[in-house]
Design a protein. Sequence first.
Length: 175
Amino acid sequence: MWQLLKQIVRTGAPKLQVPESEDAWRTEAGQIQQEILNVLGRALCIREIDAGSCNGCELEIHALNNPYYNIEGRGIRFVASPRHADLLLVTGPLALNMREAVRRAYEATPHPKLVIATGECACTGGIFNGSYAVCGPLSSLLPVDVSIPGCPPPPIDILRGIVTAFRVKHASVPR
């Protein structure tokens, strides 16, 4: 214990500067919420599906619910059933055991359907591509509207992907 305390005293406090934050996206927050309400009249509902990932992407998706990103306050929420969802957010390579479940979730999602492949594994199959247990990327089964690469992608990129998918899809749908 004394050795550790001596080392702490010798080392001293770190002299690092606090990194600047990327808060530029916060200025769009009100616009995003109003746009979702104008098009849907309610919150954008997302069904997240883990198609065989390592859970790295899920940790970043869960970070979207923390007070910093506060996506629920922006008019975006997660739902338990694809029947209540506007968007499917899929992570991981398409595992053989999850292929039928992902297809059924897609079929249960009402039109207009949005599909986002989140993470390198969902986009390309990642390091698991070619494995006996993997069918490949999500695009081999479903039409993907937006791909968010990264292993895992940071929460801000996931939020940008969700907003991009919403804007692209609803700009092309007649009202």
